[in-house]
Design a protein around this ligand. Sequence first.
Ligand code: FES
Ligand code: FES
Length: 156
Amino acid sequence: MPQYSLTVNGAPRAVDAWDGDMPVLYALRNDLGLHAAKFGCGHGQCGACTVLMDGKATRSCLVKLADAAGRTIVTAEGLGSPEKPHPVQAAFIAEQAAQCGYCTNGMVMTSVALLRANPKPTREQAQAALAGNLCRCGSHDRVLKAVERAARGGST
Ligand code: FES
Ligand code: FES
């Protein structure tokens, strides 16, 4: 069976798969046991599956496993832990920026990418960055407050 090698959360990982066209989201969840990235739409339209790929917020439902080979992926599990959350994760917790939480992975990962590129975004810039991340629970206002809180707090 073909094997695909990639770096996930700082560690080399290998995934055996017959179908290299399979979304890397499936490999993360089903082969590597990393369940933070969610399957929402499967068509790049909701943002629930967002991970950082080579540092960029990327919809993992749209990336083929074969195309992820040799790349570096960070999932929400690689940002922080329940005991020591990443500053953006801590800001989301502090602002209670989730209801059902299904979109939260994508919101956090997109916010991390935003704040690395622009540590002090305006509310409009944060809105624009997160415009493609859908939340059916209407948590957007608290998500933006979390981004503002993280931006006030320094390094992300
Ligand atoms: S599941 Fe990937 S964008 Fe919706
Ligand atoms: S918190 Fe439920 S979809 Fe966003």
